[in-house]
Design a protein around this ligand. Structure first.
Ligand SMILES: Nc1ncnc2c1ncn2[C@@H]1O[C@H](COP(=O)(O)OP(=O)(O)OP(=O)(O)O)[C@@H](O)[C@H]1O
Length: 298
């Protein structure tokens, strides 16, 4: 999407009040997206959403708010019915949907949905091979991606026999092997034991440190507070909030509208009358409390 966006460029269906204007080119942007499923369920309506370089967007909202529907448009899994999708500035159509698939990797909540091959190596090689890499290059990329996730030891295993956490690492490796600009993750911690959860959190931190942009959908507000630079809140197919965690998680009216509870740190900060900052994570709360303690009394 360019800086000089104008309404004609985006088609006549859109009733969105604010044309998207950016100081920098988003890596992926949906503008005025509406989607109705074949049974007539209207899942998102006139939604605009952009992801920029080197940011993690937390997508939050209650069951059925439209998070998965929005995310499945970001790499062309769902076809745009009304509105438009741009990836690295290119308008995505039937002809170039592969660009969206390559640039935006998708890690499903259900890792089994993503497994396509008889061994982990074949599975991780599948993406690069599918996009024209030689077997040698695909193998190299698959090994690299698995090593990056400390999952090299799984290379010859049968994917269906892996544990839930291992499957998720393999699914992330499959996406990394494609070298995407943006990785979309649907509930990445769901169903993991504490050790696997910790590993997936570390992987997310490593991806962030590597400058990869992420979109993470989650019901876990504590996790969203810890992982996201920016939060986008959805309810009933609309985006109802977009801003930093310390703004959104202190906006009671918005949380109520989105049917969300504030994170633990926000609730505790209020109970403890922490006023000098708006902590949203445990670490921030502890820091605010120790600063308060350090202030000498009268
Ligand atoms: N294949 C489908 N056919 C019909 N309706 C659907 C389909 N997939 C989703 N929906 C409906 O679209 C709306 C948005 O669903 P979506 O899965 O995008 O929400 P979500 O925020 O991801 O929910 P959850 O947190 O429960 O995963 C819901 O009303 C849902 O019932």
């Amino acid at each position: 999407m360019s800086h000089d966006t104008n309404t004609t460029e985006y088609g006549s269906e859109c009733t969105h009040k604010h044309p998207m204007e950016f100081d920098e080119e988003p890596l992926v942007a949906l503008h005025c997206l509406s989607h109705t499923y074949p049974d007539g369920t209207r899942s998102v309506h006139d939604v605009s959403f952009a992801v920029f370089e080197d940011e993690t967007v937390g997508l939050i909202g209650a069951n059925g708010a439209g998070k998965s529907t929005l995310m499945e448009h970001l790499n062309g899994l769902l076809e745009v019915q009304a509105g438009e999708l741009r990836v690295v500035g290119e308008l995505i159509t039937d002809e170039n949907v592969e660009l969206a698939r390559q640039e935006v990797g998708f890690v499903f909540q259900d890792a089994d949905a993503q497994i396509v091959a008889p061994t982990v190596l074949d599975d991780v090689m599948f993406g690069p091979l599918n996009y024209g890499a030689s077997r040698e290059e695909a193998r190299e990329r698959a090994h690299e991606a698995l090593e990056r996730l400390d999952a090299g030891h799984l290379v010859d295993r049968v994917p269906h026999h892996l544990s839930g956490g291992e499957k998720r690492l393999v699914a992330i490796a499959g996406v990394l092997a494609m070298d995407p600009s943006v990785i979309v993750m649907d509930e990445p911690l769901a169903g993991l034991d504490p050790a696997r959860e910790r590993r997936v959190r570390e992987v997310i931190e490593e991806l962030q440190a590597d400058g990869i942009s992420l979109v993470v959908a989650t019901h876990d507000v504590d996790f969203a507070a810890a992982v996201a630079d920016r939060l986008v809140a959805m309810t009933d197919g609309d985006i109802v909030g977009d801003g930093p965690p310390d703004e959104l998680f202190y906006d009671d009216a918005l949380l109520q509208r989105a049917n969300l509870e504030p994170p633990t740190a926000v609730r505790m900060a209020r109970e403890l009358d922490v006023e000098e900052a708006d902590p949203v994570t445990e670490d921030e709360l502890v820091a605010a409390l120790s600063r308060r303690q350090a202030v000498p009394g009268p």
